[in-house]
Ligand binder design. Structure first.
Ligand SMILES: [Zn+2]
Length: 229
């Protein structure tokens, strides 16, 4: 399941407050004066502008990155605005199992106090997909700042100790989603790039667990990738 952000993310969140933004604005202004040249100004802006909320890409309610997904916005407290893949290379898909129901996952990701969310939640009974964070944004799901920045997180309704909760229709729907993500960012379809939450460096979570059928999942992702090309 999604995991609380690291300490670094908390600092980042403070930066997003009004005070942090204006301080950032002063820093950018200061760079202009110090450098005295347009080149440095643009270099500074190029490095920093994405940190300032409200100046990046248009965010339209209802727009989704994966066709057929349903947009259900997570609380913005559980993610960080970014402009991926322009500011961070996206080269990992992180697989989670929620240890709870689809409805619970959707509810807690909408809760600003939960401190975690994934980009997608897949429902067990029919493979329905909720997109809760935009792929351009960094969702707090991996418990590792670098891996949050470089990955798209997929939650699956179910329990790691109850293999019967991991349904065939959910595997298939998720595999189509993972293949779509890999195609859009040029991510190789292999186990180095499609990983479990437990494989994130420093992970304290064990999901998706020993019953997650990686052989089946990777076969389905490869098939979906082949069909779409
Ligand atoms: Zn997880």
């Amino acid at each position: 399941m999604a995991e609380e952000r690291s300490g670094g993310e908390k600092d980042e969140k403070r930066e997003r407050s009004g005070r942090g933004v204006s301080r950032r604005g002063l820093l950018i202004g200061g760079a202009v004066v110090v450098g005295g040249g347009a080149a440095l100004f643009h270099e500074e802006l190029g490095r920093l502008w994405w940190r300032v909320p409200g100046v990046d890409k248009q965010r339209n309610d209802g727009d989704v990155d994966h066709r057929g997904a349903q947009w259900i916005a997570a609380s913005e407290a559980n993610l960080r605005y970014a402009d991926r893949p322009a500011d961070f290379t996206v080269d990992r898909v992180v697989i989670h199992v929620t240890e709870g129901s689809y409805a619970t996952a959707v509810r807690v990701f909408r809760d600003p106090l939960h401190a975690a969310a994934a980009h997608y939640v897949v429902r067990a009974k029919d493979g329905h997909i909720a997109q809760m964070a935009r792929e351009l944004d960094v969702a707090f799901h991996a418990g590792n700042r670098e891996y949050n920045e470089r990955s798209v997180g997929i939650e699956h309704e179910g329990f790691v100790d109850k293999p019967e909760t991991l349904t065939d229709v959910m595997y298939r729907s998720s595999a189509r989603l993972a293949a779509d993500i890999c195609a859009r960012y040029g991510i190789p379809v292999d186990r180095e790039h499609i990983i479990g939450h437990n494989e994130v460096p420093g992970a304290t979570h064990t999901d998706p667990g020993r019953h997650w059928d990686w052989d089946k999942y990777m076969r389905l992702v490869r098939e979906a990738a082949r069909r779409s090309t």
